[in-house]
Design a protein. Structure first.
Length: 537
């Protein structure tokens, strides 16, 4: 320990003002950038996670959807590259329900509203016809797009120019392209309905001249133009519906007995689709009736000799016969008597016109499979028991009554009891991963923003401020060496230097203290007393 007499403490402010101009400028830019990055990250963490609502929208639909979302206070933004509308991930379904209630989006294309616009003067007849055809195509596309499975549709009409010559007229044709939703298909009935709807909208257009394809280029309309094939398809559908009807009747009546899933039934129906037309006329001879009657009665009297060729000679009888005729004329009977009768009878007649459209059931073949009865034993385990022969016969009679069994037409019913194979339990659907949940993305954004802000505060700003504070601390001046006369001593202060100094500095301080004690012992004693008093206090 050495006693040293020093001057007042010298302060050296070497903080921010002590740096060079370039370092000051770089430090200010770094601090400003750190603050800006922190603010941007905080704002980014507060922004919701946007998901696509609709894409490939027309300008009119985009404007209407934006207005509707703005009125509903649903945050949205528009992708500048694709034009798609994005909304917050948690508000996607709410926005779609809101827009669906307002009929949005209406779909692309234009309809008859384009005819309401002012066409101006000098529009040719060709342009008017083209606008009308385009409007008609747009209206048909909107109607087809309103179907559940259709996302959008386009219609192309080929309408030939009308001519006054009947032989030179050509039939119009149409083609329809439908864009279906993912995993959706159009049934044959729906395709036929689209064809008939388009054909009914265009004069002289037949449904067979309408072609329907999907977005993958598959032909949906039937390429079979034969009437017989279409009839066969209709007959097959009728037979399938009839069989399904009988299957449902069987299962519905046996399910309460066997339990859910304990009955399997199949029905094969033989149907007569022959179309017959018969006209029959029958008479009933037991019920005659006189319709009309005509009677003619003719009688002839007198001599046959008076007849002859008209003339004077024939009218004069001979002399010898005249006297005999006069005497016998009163006694002779009539020569002939004729009666003619004509009667028309009306018989009971029946004319029957019988037309059979077909679809009569020729024969039904029914197969029913029954599962074993299930019950619980004393241990709570499921026990399967086969049906008895009496129970199978009872169920067979029940099935016959359900289908209207007719043995005369050859119906057959076969009921069998077998144990069903227990299906394996289905694995539960996998839970959506954390990355697929919108709330996880929001939480991750906030955590990432907090980590970045923490790094900026404690990894960038704190070291810089600590360095500035260290440079701005008070720096003690170097101790002053006293000469032999004691010059340079101010305020009568002696300091105990306990710092790690070099050996030479320690010896110099010790020599200085000795010289001071030799020259002015009173002052040294006073300093020591002050030290003792300070340590004791």
């Amino acid at each position: 320990m050495a006693l040293v007499k020093t001057d007042d403490v010298l302060l050296s402010s070497r903080g921010f003002n002590g740096l060079s101009l370039m370092r000051q400028l770089g430090l200010m830019i770094g601090l400003a950038a750190s603050v800006a990055i922190g603010v941007a990250i905080v704002q980014w963490s507060q922004d919701p996670n946007y998901r696509m609502l609709y894409s490939n929208l027309s300008e009119q639909d985009s404007g209407d959807i934006a207005n509707s979302l703005q009125q509903a206070a649903i945050p949205y933004k528009v992708d500048s590259q694709t034009g798609a509308i994005l909304v917050a991930g948690k508000s996607v379904y709410e926005a779609r329900l809101k827009l669906a209630s307002e009929g949005l989006p209406r779909g692309g294309g234009v309809g008859f509203e384009m005819l309401d616009k002012d066409q101006g003067f000098g529009v040719s007849q060709f342009m008017e016809n083209a606008r009308y055809q385009r409007a008609l195509e747009g209206e048909l596309a909107r109607t087809i797009g309103s179907l559940n499975n259709v996302r959008s549709a386009r219609v192309h009409l080929a309408i030939p120019k009308q001519t006054a010559f009947a032989r030179a007229r050509k039939k119009p044709k149409a083609s329809v392209t439908v864009d279906l939703f993912a995993g959706r298909l159009l049934k044959d009935g729906q395709v036929t309905a689209i064809s008939h709807m388009v054909a009914a909208s265009i004069p002289s257009l037949e449904a067979s001249d309408v072609t329907v394809i999907d977005q993958k280029g598959r032909l949906l309309t039937s390429s079979e133009s034969s009437e017989d094939m279409r009839v066969s398809s209709t007959q097959f559908d009728y037979r399938k519906r009839l069989e399904d009807y009988y299957i449902k009747r069987i299962e519905s009546i046996l399910t309460p007995i066997m339990g859910a899933g304990g009955v399997r039934a199949q029905v094969s129906a033989d149907i007569d689709f022959t179309v017959m037309e018969q006209t029959q006329e029958s008479f009933n001879p037991d019920l005659p009736a006189i319709r009309s009657e005509q009677t003619l009665e003719e009688r002839r009297t007198g001599s046959q000799g008076l007849s002859g060729i008209p003339g004077s000679l024939s009218n004069q009888p001979p002399d010898n016969l005249a006297a005999n005729a006069a005497s016998e004329g009163a006694k002779r009977p009539p020569v002939s008597s004729t009666i003619r009768a004509t009667r028309n009878y009306e018989l009971d007649r029946t004319i029957s016109h019988i037309s059979n459209s077909g679809g009569d059931i020729r024969r039904l073949s029914v197969a029913v499979l029954l599962d074993d009865k299930q019950s619980l034993n004393e241990d709570g385990e499921t026990v399967r028991t086969a049906l008895t022969e009496e129970e199978v016969q009872r169920i067979t009679r029940l099935v016959k009554e359900a289908i209207g069994f007719n043995g005369q037409r050859g119906d057959s019913v076969n009921v069998i009891n077998e144990s069903f194979t227990v299906p394996a339990e289905m694995e539960p659907l996998p839970e959506p991963s954390l990355m697929e949940k919108p709330e996880i993305w929001d939480i991750g954004k906030q955590v990432l923003a907090g980590a970045v802000v923490f790094f900026l505060l404690f990894g960038v700003l704190r070291p810089v401020l600590r360095e500035l504070a260290a440079k701005g601390e008070v720096v003690a001046a170097q101790p002053m060496i006293l000469d032999q006369s004691g010059a340079g001593i101010q305020n009568d202060q002696l300091t105990l230097s306990g710092d790690n100094q070099s050996q030479q500095s320690s010896e110099n301080n010790l020599n200085t203290a000795r010289a001071l004690a030799t020259q002015d012992p009173k002052r040294v004693a006073q300093v020591v007393n002050n030290w003792v008093a300070a340590d004791g206090g």
